[in-house]
Design a protein around this ligand. Structure first.
Ligand code: DAK
Length: 258
């Protein structure tokens, strides 16, 4: 493992911020970076005061993909056996809300990393794409699945089969990106959204996230049933009692996360 810090980690009140930090390689997602990134996500997930997580790149690059120089000579068996690859699935399973702050290149694994987050705030200069076809492969970290779910089959098919890049505006029009903001504002806007969500009752936030994610995977009846179970379970929380009491008393609620 590289001793170098491939990411920077900071907190801003209840928001954990992870910044990818390999500028020399446009934040290409090598093993060391992915290991550090997932460790940081797990730390934030385990820390009660942290209620939302922002994953950011630089202005020039969110991430230009998995590190091609680490895999160009690999065999199928080596790729399959690589213990680092399981880390790619971990982010999507994080129970706390995650927001990708994307500027510049979000290509290949970079686009997949952004899509594994719950929401994407993009700068006007953000460029998305799944260019794997141009180097002889296909997306391997969720690109064919998450992109298709987000923007529909025809568009995903064209983008993955041609490797064509697409802009933040296109991504926004297609529903992949929550909002497009001026370059200088992409990180602050992502943090602002994270702060807004972090102020909400965290058990309800986590339940809502779980239910929405399931909506993409299960049939409607199963989804409705899951939603109902989660809804009922929240009546066991102090925050539900406080939220409804505060409404009746015409005051702001004070959520405690219990
Ligand atoms: N890997 C390694 N190095 C990269 C890189 C990458 N993906 N992208 C850029 N770099 C490095 C360049 O090699 C260069 O390094 P030096 O030559 O200076 O040492 C430096 O970053 C600056 O890049 P450029 O000189 O190329 O900069 P330009 O502005 O001219 O071009 C670019 C920027 C982003 C258009 C270009 O760098 C580019 O096309 N990059 C590659 C984009 C790409 O093909 N990405 C997809 C990679 S495949 C999986 C998990 C993940 C994946 C698959 C499976 N499992 C869990 C199973 C993911 C796969 C991929 O992402």
């Amino acid at each position: 493992m590289s001793a170098k810090k491939e990411i920077l980690v900071e907190t801003d009140g209840p928001v954990g911020v992870i910044t990818l930090n390999r500028p020399e390689a446009l934040n290409a997602l090598n093993h060391a970076l992915m290991e550090q990134l997932i460790a940081a996500v797990e730390d934030f997930e385990a820390a009660p005061p942290i209620r939302a997580i922002v994953i950011a790149g630089s202005e020039r690059a969110f991430a230009a993909g998995a590190d091609i120089k680490e895999m160009d000579q690999a065999t199928p068996a080596q790729m399959k056996a690589d213990p680092h690859l399981s880390r790619w699935d971990r982010l999507g399973k994080c129970s706390k809300p995650t927001i990708a702050a994307v500027s510049g290149f979000a290509l290949g694994g970079g686009c997949e990393l952004a899509m594994a987050c719950d929401m994407i705030v993009a700068s006007e200069s953000a460029v998305f794409g799944q260019p794997e076809i141009l180097i002889g492969v296909i997306p391997g970290a969720g690109g064919t699945q998450r992109l298709t779910r987000a923007i529909g089959k025809s568009r995903a098919m064209e983008l993955v089969l041609t490797g064509r890049r697409f802009t933040a505006r296109e991504a926004h029009a297609w529903g992949l990106v929550n909002r497009v903001v001026p370059v200088e504002a992409f990180l602050t806007e992502a943090k602002k959204l994270a702060q807004e969500i972090a102020a909400k009752p965290p058990i309800a936030v986590s339940a809502a996230k779980d239910a929405i994610n399931k909506a993409l995977d299960v049939d409607l009846d199963t989804g409705l049933s899951l939603e109902r179970q989660l809804f009922y379970s929240l009546f066991d929380t102090q925050d539900q009692k406080e939220g409804m009491k505060a409404f009746i008393e015409k005051r702001e609620p004070r959520f405690v996360g219990k």
